[in-house]
Design a protein around this ligand. Structure first.
Ligand code: NG6
Ligand code: CA
Length: 512
């Protein structure tokens, strides 16, 4: 069934070239079962990085206004403390740790979502929406055995429900440093084919390891393979010179593609899944933002991210479709300060606290690893503006969307996702029954009510390259998040019954 539908998609998958948006507003029809949906994943953005969440050293006016026109979640979680698994969880509605190979993907990884899996994009596509993936992808492309970036890359996002794609294959610190549009590297000269390896050097382009004098941004950890635009990356590549991106322009390029997709789809109903490269390392702001935050490049790219959100909001306004567009803005995992480049992020913090009051950060099972900003705006539908304090997980976006659309999911589809549209849209302030979290080492935690249990792990407490406490410990940990949101006091010893209850629940959910 899915196969037939996909054949149908490929025939119409190419979007016609467009030169810009018609400013003419259309009469907006509000159908509360068919909103346009925009889901924007920022990268490594912390709950303390936005002024609407209390940051005082930086101002994010566009994201703040998105929040003030909708709902700002204070108790929302990504499934995982790194990118690939969180994205996998959101798009499949299944916890990533149920599947092998869902850890941080290299730039030549195969597509890790099975093409037979019904994804969130499939749900929208099958409901007649026009669907697109724009920006950071990081879920692999192509068949097992490594992506061939020359020619048509298949399977791609169009094999799992997206009509249009314009994507960064992995992360901006990983090769290949090119965009892929509808299965082909954008701007590739066939006479200069791309070779990529994550095992050994390919070609003769300089590397950070061999030619550190050629580097304009020095690594603090790793990041010493092929140098592209003066930045040493993870992995080696050669070829595809005409297709290489300019780091300063990535935000402009992907924002433009997203806007064009919205413009082109304004007459129909659309689902835009967008991953920003901001604020992942290397943090390279456009000159418009460089030096503007006073917090170094990490702050500058937060301003750039805020600009992107403003551009998308203005596009909706100019088309007169903001009212019936359900707009979700969030982050794939928590914040990190030094993530492998000497960009002075720590020295320039100036009192700014990306983690807020929370312990840990990206990679960690502690709160700052997965408790993320999460904002939902849908003017035609959300009437209770303000804070949503109920416990919420990105895993439930899938089933909640199906609920809004009135789509019945087949058994087994989005296995871990629960329909929570009432919480998502602020009709009620209720907690999810429980939320499961995952750190870099696949150690799990479970939150239920005010309690959080971290399963014991023999993995290291800190991996040498992160500086972040991962939350691994040989003994069980239990925190009362209401009394101790910063997870300072492990009260497992005083509460053996709670430990027993939550470890049993985690075992039941995870099957391990
Ligand atoms: C790590 C990288 C880090 C980042 C991360 C993935 C080093 C030392 N660190 O291995 O820089 O790329 O992977 O980040 O190489 S994520 O947000 O996409 O998951
Ligand atoms: Ca990330």
């Amino acid at each position: 069934m899915k196969k037939d539908l996909l054949l149908g998609i490929s025939a119409m998958s190419g979007l016609a070239a467009i030169t810009g948006c018609s400013p003419a507003q259309k009469e907006e029809t509000v159908d509360l079962k068919r909103p346009n949906v925009i889901f924007i994943y920022s990268d490594d953005l912390g709950i303390g990085d936005l002024s609407c969440y209390g940051a005082t050293k930086i101002s994010t006016p566009n994201i703040d206004s998105l929040a003030s026109q909708g709902l700002q979640f204070t108790n929302a979680y990504a499934t995982s403390a790194t990118s690939t698994p969180s994205r996998y969880g959101m798009l499949t509605g299944t916890y990533p740790w149920r599947k092998e190979n869902t850890g941080i993907a290299p730039g030549n990884s195969e597509l890790i979502i099975d093409t037979t899996c019904v994804t969130l994009a499939d749900v929208f596509h099958d409901a007649g929406y026009r669907t697109a993936a724009v920006g950071k992808w990081h879920l692999g492309l192509g068949p097992a055995g490594g992506t061939n970036f020359n020619g048509l890359i298949k399977p791609n996002t169009q094999s799992i429900g997206f009509d249009y794609e314009f994507i960064i294959p992995a992360t901006v610190d990983r090769v290949p440093c090119v965009f892929v549009e509808n299965g082909r590297v954008a701007g590739l000269d066939p006479s200069d084919p791309i070779t990529v390896s994550y095992d050994h050097k390919v070609g003769d382009w300089p590397t950070g390891e061999e030619n550190p004098e050629l580097v304009k941004l020095k690594p603090s950890q790793g990041h010493n393979n092929t140098i592209i635009n003066g930045i040493p990356r993870i992995g080696w590549m050669t070829g595809g010179k005409s297709a290489l991106w300019n780091d300063e322009e990535i935000a402009d390029v992907i924002t433009d593609k997203a806007k064009k997709f919205i413009c082109e789809s304004a007459d129909t109903t659309f689902f835009l899944y967008m991953g920003t490269q901001d604020i992942h390392v290397p943090r390279i702001p456009h000159p418009r933002f460089a030096g503007k935050s006073g917090l170094g490049t990490r702050g500058d790219v937060i301003l750039q991210l805020d600009w992107t959100i403003g551009e998308i909001m203005h596009t909706l306004d100019s088309l007169g479709i903001a009212d019936n567009t359900l707009f979700i803005f969030t982050s794939d995992n928590g914040p990190v300060i030094d993530d492998g480049y000497q960009d002075q992020a720590a020295e320039m913090l100036n009192g700014h606290t990306p983690m807020g009051i929370y312990r840990g950060g990206k990679y960690s099972l502690y709160e700052a690893g997965t408790r993320i900003p999460f904002i939902v705006r849908w003017p035609a539908r959300i009437k209770n503006h303000g804070k949503q304090e109920g416990l919420f997980s990105q895993i439930d976006v899938f089933a909640s969307m199906a609920e809004i659309l009135g789509v019945q999911l087949q058994e087994g589809v989005a296995f871990d996702s629960r329909p929570r549209a009432k919480a998502l849209l602020g009709d009620e302030q209720t907690d999810r029954e429980y939320v499961v979290e995952q750190n870099l080492n696949n150690t799990l935690a479970i939150i239920k009510g005010e309690w959080k249990y971290l399963e014991p792990s023999d993995k290291p407490a800190i991996e040498g390259w992160t500086k972040t406490e991962l939350g691994n410990a040989p003994k069980p940990q239990l925190y009362n998040l209401k009394e101790d949101p910063s997870e300072k006091n492990n009260v497992a010893g005083q509460n053996p019954e709670k430990v027993k209850e939550l470890s049993a629940l985690l075992k039941e959910v995870s099957g391990k």
